[in-house]
Design a protein around this ligand. Structure first.
Ligand code: NCD
Length: 283
């Protein structure tokens, strides 16, 4: 339903949220998530109030609790979008918010609206989500987008997931249990070379530097999973490469102009998916 609405909003957004206010409260850095939410609200005729660097520029500096901040901000807006570095903050905030609260990333926890736009991208790029074989590669332990996408994929039929990671960076046991419980077929691998030719979607996930205890620890995991125009030639016709962005070196820039490079289109679809979500929640 949201995806049909996103398609319709691309053609004619109208002004369904005129008079409504979105508050974005970001305690962690963001480019796409915050700006695409704000763009989505403005495109729907609504308005935005924002604290882009809430860690330093909100009363958190004075020692105010997240709960108190949310109680107040939710009385200023019709919907609140929150990003925070700690797992579970969105849930804590939602308990005290007087308006709908959207989790825009809670540390290494979840990033549900990214998963929504990722699914919308698969639908737009491939026509259907059912029957997709997807490889997710990189930092699957801290990559909240991979975690949320795994949950949402389990709602579709015939999904196969290949998780590719090194050492400690494997997908969490909570996700594996969820997939097992929901009958989703998945495998874990250490290298991508043997899997690449069989999948419909490659989902690259950045090694999340900010979640490691030291630079040395982080550097142990860099440089292994790099996609280039040459090593992706074996991909199936019509198979696509996705990435929530920002990318570092895990996708070489020589891939950018190939039709299978879907990551910038994915970022663009993010506005439409978030427009559909905001319209659903606020009208
Ligand atoms: C992701 C995030 O913040 O979790 N980015 C995004 O929202 N587009 C992925 C990342 O930071 O690697």
């Amino acid at each position: 339903m949201l995806f049909t609405s996103a398609d319709a909003l691309e053609k004619d957004p109208g002004s369904p949220l005129k008079g409504k206010i979105l508050a974005t409260l970001f305690y962690e850095p963001s480019t796409r998530t915050r700006l695409s939410f704000e763009s989505a609200m403005l495109r729907l005729g609504g308005s935005v109030i924002a604290t882009e660097n809430a860690k330093e520029a909100s009363s958190a500096v004075k020692g105010e609790t997240l709960e108190d901040t949310i109680r107040v901000v939710s009385s200023y807006a019709d919907v609140v979008v929150l990003r925070h570095s700690e797992i579970g903050t969105a849930e804590r905030a939602a308990r005290v918010s007087s308006v709908p609260l959207i989790n825009a990333g809670d540390g290494a926890g979840q990033h549900p609206t990214q998963a929504l736009l990722d699914l919308y991208t698969i639908k737009r790029e491939r026509g259907s989500i059912d029957g997709t074989r997807i490889m997710m590669m990189g930092d699957l332990k801290h990559g909240r987008t991979v975690r949320s996408l795994s949950y949402l994929l389990a709602k579709y039929e015939g999904i196969e997931i290949d998780f590719v990671s090194q050492g400690e960076l494997g997908i969490g046991s909570d996700i594996k249990e969820y997939l097992q419980h929901n009958g989703v077929s998945f495998q874990e691998h250490e290298s991508f070379e043997n899997v690449l030719a069989s999948v419909d979607v490659v989902y690259q996930a950045r090694i999340q530097k900010e979640r490691f205890s030291s630079v040395e620890e982080y550097e142990k995991y860099t440089g292994r999973y790099i996609l280039t125009a040459a090593n992706t030639e074996i991909m199936k016709p019509g198979a696509v490469i996705m990435h929530p962005l920002p990318r570092l070196d895990e996708i070489a820039t020589d891939l950018d102009d190939l039709p299978r490079a879907a990551y910038f289109r994915q970022a663009k679809y993010g506005v439409l998916a978030r427009m559909a979500l905001l319209k659903y929640i606020c009208s």
